[in-house]
Design a protein around this ligand. Structure first.
Ligand code: AMP
Length: 280
């Protein structure tokens, strides 16, 4: 496994890699969720590259950029074991050189959900992902359904800007008790860790209502809000039932609707989602 930092090193290493090349963009502090993307990439690609970069421009000044967990040594061990060919851990200076002033901004699908609560977040995400794509020039790239809106936004960017890259969205990896794996779970105290299962429990309660025949999106949203009321450590920011493509809130639920939630557990902001599919 080759580890590079600068763009010059990356370009030299890139020419050695067999194609198709798959890219897994990450912010590091890797867990099984990230590694599932690596596994998917290995299945579909002749070589696999992983980027590790905590992108400052997708964090608002009030957010957790400074405290975001980092452990490059451990990440490299995990990626080596997972059979990755190339790791790119760019420098801030290569990603945002002095005088930087060019941004990639996707419009409609960034207005709701995370975009509405985290101003500027997706502009940071699309800009850095465009730069990662330009640097690595993969044929395929792998993202997690965990960040459902991000996956929609990236697919929109790829279409709109004609990136010759095939995007795969991989399922959410969860702990045994349903908590979606996240680097941010490390912030949780033991009591908060227990309380954090409320995200998946609220989504599951809403899914059950749907499977029992409920089709009013308002009522489904209420099922989730009511569930969050039962957890004193949870402070819900939104519980949404939206069209999976436009991300607009629905009135009537249709097959494939996206249920998503953002919740503060203490000071830690967690997100999760589930797609409503009827049982066969
Ligand atoms: P991050 O390091 O949080 O930016 O995540 C990097 C990639 O891993 C993104 O595409 C995430 O959606 C994906 N990811 C994070 N957590 C999970 C998870 N629990 N299951 C599947 N994919 C995940």
């Amino acid at each position: 496994m080759k580890v590079v930092h600068t763009l010059t090193e990356l370009r030299a290493a890139r020419t050695e890699l067999p194609e198709p090349l798959g890219l897994v963009p990450t912010m590091g502090f890797l867990h099984q969720g990230h590694l599932s993307l690596v596994q998917a990439a290995r299945k579909e690609c002749a070589s696999v590259a992983v980027s590790i970069f905590v992108n400052p421009t997708q964090f608002a000044p009030t957010e957790d950029l400074a405290s975001y967990p980092r452990d490059l040594e451990q990440d490299l061990r995990l990626l080596e074991e997972a059979g990755v060919d190339l790791v790119w851990a760019p420098t801030d200076g290569d990603m945002y050189p002095e005088g930087f002033q060019t941004w990639v901004s996707v419009e409609e699908v960034t207005q709701q959900l995370e975009g509405a609560r985290r101003p500027g977040h997706f502009r940071g995400v699309t800009t850095v992902v465009a730069k990662l794509f330009n640097g690595v020039q993969p044929q395929k790239a792998f993202f997690g359904q965990k960040d459902a809106q991000q996956a929609v936004v990236i697919q929109q960017m790829v279409r709109d800007l004609n990136f010759p890259i095939d995007i795969t969205v991989c399922p959410i990896i969860r702990e045994a008790d349903g908590l979606a794996l996240s680097s941010r779970n490390t912030y949780l105290s033991p009591a908060e860790r227990k309380a954090a299962t409320i995200l998946n429990r609220a989504l599951k309660a809403a899914e059950k209502a749907y499977l029992d025949g409920e089709r009013s999106a308002e009522k489904i949203r209420k099922v989730m809000y009511d569930k969050f009321q039962t957890e004193p450590l949870a402070n819900v920011q939104y519980a949404s039932c939206a069209d999976p493509k436009t991300l607009q809130e629905l009135e009537q639920i249709t097959h494939g609707a996206l249920l998503s939630v953002a919740v503060y557990i203490g000071k830690t902001r967690l997100i999760d989602n589930i797609v409503l599919l009827e049982m066969p």
